[in-house]
Design a protein around this ligand. Structure first.
Ligand code: ASP
Length: 596
């Protein structure tokens, strides 16, 4: 900028309307678009609040014309001028300021812009990594501005909700002791205690429980969590969750609180009215009916048991699976305009099933009232029974998965259901929440050969299983709950154990004998010696919530500075090596991996 005094804005680029006609204004912003029509020069000036059309008329002074001619895209400028109404034929109903334009009298360049790596616009076709390298520019786009603003609105609505209640916002440390919580910890070497490490929290789980032992009663925090996971799909190394914990509560208290909170957030932020109560599904029912524990309830296409009629078929795969105690399930894909159930498409459905362990997907169609194609010939004897039982109509496709393992059978057919939902255009703009309850408490870790917690080790088993924890871990149900929205797991939580002996039993089942548990979780066990209250909580993912409400399909679109799909940041190029001196101070040396 030259020596001139900075012309500071009197309005934003989104604020002027027809009623401002005749007003002298100063706008500050970026040159969004710039076009010449003969002697007229139009500039679309953009700031965070919107766009305003600026015109340099043909009667402009030589100085003004020269200033306008010097402009390039994304120059940061100040414009002083007079608001005037556009002629009727020039009104732009798509622009909030579309009724007016500003006739420029003075243009001041505040800062110049290099050649742009990509156009700043709502839609950019640039590769994501390129956008991330120049994230500061990418964030200028209307799309990103809108999403980051929405995120702010969501977090604000959450905080406002809690501030009205007895909840306290308490910060917990981010340099903590490494404690297993399912994923790998990020480690931070200690300089003062060489050879020792802090970990970054995978979640504030133990701290929020300790706060309950301390009598804080109701806690929340918008907490940053860290998990050192391999880059896969939509994961971020660091993510944000709304962390909540409450004392003297039962499951339904936590569920009601969340229903109330979500109701208020959706109403405030998007004026959407949610049901007061969300559907509840037991884990087993969710798997049986929708094939997964995070079902998208925006559409039906339910899974059913095919045993009754599959047993009467001559298809040995089905009959043998059933005889061996396995499962055969089916779903009916409805005839849909614009979708042909071709061989190629059916193979694509089958591929989706195979990802979850199915060896294949059997199918048949209903045509002219008869079963045709695929495995239909094995049902010649009981065709009428099948049509009646499945309720399949003309043009429908019946898909089957057979598997000895119930979960694999459900999950595989569930994957077919999910693909159909997307391909048949059933994913509406609505929000379908549901609770999944009665989860198994333990999962068997095949690789390591022991049981582990399905959620985390601090969740309470349901009372009726207390005597059979050790003898039959596989059938124990926990006081666990997940909140699911449109096929995404939005939150997980549980009622916690607050009894030291019970906590030790769970540790033992999860392969943490007493001495190891004392070593790793001594502080929690010690705290439990001092009259902990019954407590429970939950933690909705903020990134996911923002992603779903923004109608985008990756959380990177709702995080200002995310890591890329390779778990690094192309903008500031991290992770990066550090100075040898820094390593020395920490007492660390880098061991080069041997080339294989
Ligand atoms: N700490 C848990 C998690 O991050 C949530 C909870 O149980 O409250 O998944």
């Amino acid at each position: 900028m030259s020596e001139e005094v900075f012309l500071q804005r009197t309005e934003t680029c989104g604020s002027l309307r027809a009623s401002d006609e005749g007003k002298r204004v100063i706008l500050n912003g970026w040159v969004h678009r710039d076009r010449n029509h003969g002697a007229l020069h139009f500039i679309n000036l953009r700031d965070h609040y919107g766009l305003t059309q600026v015109v340099v008329d043909d009667d402009a002074s030589a100085e003004l014309s020269a200033a306008a001619a010097a402009l390039k895209l994304e120059y940061c400028i100040a414009v002083e001028g007079i608001v005037r109404k556009r002629p009727d034929s020039m009104i732009n109903p798509d622009m909030e300021t579309g009724e007016i334009e500003v006739k420029a009298e003075k243009i001041q360049i505040l800062s110049q812009c290099d050649v742009l790596p990509f156009m700043i616009d709502e839609e950019t076709n640039s590769k994501e990594d390129f956008r991330l390298k120049y994230r500061f520019l990418d964030l200028r786009s209307f799309g990103m501005q809108k999403r980051i603003k929405l995120r702010h609105e969501i977090v604000k609505a959450i905080r406002e909700y809690f501030y009205k209640t007895d909840f306290m916002e308490i910060e917990t440390p981010t340099l903590i002791r490494s404690t297993p919580e399912g994923a790998r910890d990020f480690l931070v070497p200690s300089r003062i205690y060489q050879g020792k490490f802090f970990a970054l929290p995978q979640s504030p789980q133990l701290y929020k429980q300790l706060l309950m032992v301390s009598g804080m009663d109701k806690y929340f925090q918008i907490a940053r969590c860290y998990r050192d996971e391999d880059p896969r799909g939509d994961r971020q190394l660091e993510f944000t969750q709304l962390d909540v914990e409450m004392s003297f509560v039962k499951r339904d208290d936590v569920l009601s609180l969340m229903e109330d909170l979500m109701g208020e957030v959706f109403k405030k932020v998007q004026n959407v009215e949610l049901p007061k109560k969300f559907v509840r599904l037991a884990y087993n029912d969710a798997l049986n009916t929708y094939g997964c524990d995070k079902p998208d309830l925006r559409f039906g296409i339910e899974l059913h048991d095919a045993a009754s009629f599959a047993a009467n078929s001559t298809f040995s795969l089905f009959t043998d699976t059933l005889k061996a105690g396995g499962h055969v399930k089916y779903l009916v894909a409805p005839k849909t305009e614009g979708v042909d159930y071709t061989r190629k498409y059916i193979t694509a459905l089958e591929d989706a099933a195979k990802v979850y362990g199915a060896k294949g997907m059997a199918w048949m169609k209903v045509q002219e009232g008869k079963l045709t194609g695929g495995v239909s010939k094995y049902f010649a004897e009981n065709e009428a029974e099948v049509i009646k039982e499945t309720g399949a109509k003309e043009g429908d496709l019946i898909c089957f998965v057979a598997h000895e393992d119930w979960k694999k059978c459900c999950n595989s057919l569930g994957a077919v259901r999910s693909k159909l939902g997307a391909d048949l255009g059933l994913l509406s703009d609505s929000y379908a929440f549901c609770w999944i309850v009665d989860f198994p408490l333990f999962e068997y870790n095949e690789e390591e050969g022991h049981w582990e917690a399905a959620h985390h080790m601090f969740s309470m088993p349901q009372e009726e299983y207390l005597d059979t924890l050790e003898s039959d871990p596989g059938s124990v149900k926990g006081d666990l709950y997940d909140l699911v929205l449109n096929g995404y797991e939005l939150a997980s939580g549980s009622i916690r154990i607050h009894d030291i002996e019970l906590q030790k039993r769970i540790f033992r089942i999860c392969n943490f004998p007493d001495d190891v548990a004392q070593e790793r979780f001594g502080f929690l066990l010690d705290a439990f010696k001092f009259s902990p209250p019954p407590h429970g909580g939950i933690a909705p993912g903020i990134d996911r919530l923002c992603m779903i409400m923004s109608k985008v399909n990756t959380i990177r679109e709702v995080i200002a500075f995310p890591k890329n799909t390779a778990a690094m940041s192309p903008m500031d190029n991290c992770p990066e090596t550090v100075e040898p001196k820094q390593l020395e101070e920490l007492g660390l040396s880098i061991v080069k991996k041997e080339e294989k």
